[in-house]
Design a protein around this ligand. Structure first.
Ligand code: GLN
Length: 246
């Protein structure tokens, strides 16, 4: 019997507004790790002015942005907030990085005092601090088969988790959400917000595969095992970034 080929439809949110520090590399990683497994993938760029139907996509991604780009992105996200909330509540995986992470929360108070309303998928709020957190991050994770996560952070925002958000990672080296509580990122259902640029997925293939599995399992309503890949180079890069102080 001819098996129906697997396919994932990826929504890349606002690449025209939120795409700094190589965050587009996360889309390339998702695409490659699907194609290497003969899983069809379709990436749609959701640019400013586009309204979406969340039923049309299986996985969502948004990158980071400076404050002035976030002002524009906040208005755009608000237009699609209900659709994105529907997708989040349906368990569709979303990965949002730094500036978009902040806008998936309740609000982001910018350095010049503008309060940008978020779409409140993540129970977090962010206020710009007096300095920037810049540098490599080593964190640990309790829901992935390999516990270490590496990345690069560059933000002035200080993010604080509310009671309906759980921390994504625990910071071992670096600042994370606010440089005080040792949390990095936040999770609600299968929505993952993180400050980790890099881009984060190429050097953490276990995190990328986790997102892919969530998308396939949610879409096809069954557990679909992923074929293992030769990740020798990826984990060489991963190990090279694990800070010695860890
Ligand atoms: N403008 C936000 C901040 O400085 C987000 C920056 C980013 O996306 N790297 O915190």
């Amino acid at each position: 019997m001819q098996k129906t080929p697997l396919k994932l439809r990826v929504a890349h949110l606002y690449p025209d507004l939120l795409n700094i520090y190589g965050d587009m590399g996360n889309i390339a990683t998702i695409e490659k790790r699907l194609k290497w497994r003969d899983i069809e993938v379709e990436v749609s760029k959701i640019t400013a002015g586009t309204t979406i139907n969340a039923d049309d996509y299986d996985l969502f991604f948004a990158g980071g942005g400076q404050d002035n780009q976030q002002i524009l992105a906040a208005n755009e996200l608000m237009k699609n907030g209900m659709e994105l909330m529907k997708a989040a509540q349906a368990g569709k995986p979303m990965l949002v990085i730094c500036g978009s992470y902040q806008l998936f929360g309740k609000y982001y108070l910018t350095a010049d005092g503008q309060k940008l309303r978020g779409i409140s998928i993540l129970d977090v709020h962010t206020e710009a601090g007096d300095s920037r957190f810049i540098g490599n991050v080593t964190a640990v994770c309790d829901f992935l088969p390999i516990r270490t996560i590496v990345g690069f952070e560059n933000h002035s925002g200080l993010t604080y988790l509310g009671e309906d958000a759980e921390p994504l990672f625990k910071v071992k080296v670096g600042y994370g959400n606010n440089g005080a509580d040792k949390t990095e990122g936040a999770r609600f259902n299968n929505v993952f917000g993180t400050y980790l640029h890099g881009p984060v997925l190429p050097k953490n293939p276990h995190f990328c595969d986790y997102l892919i599995e969530l998308a396939l399992n949610t879409k096809y309503n069954c557990k679909i095992p992923l074929l293992p890949l030769n990740d020798e180079i990826e984990y060489y890069a991963h190990e090279a970034r694990i800070c010695a102080k860890y």
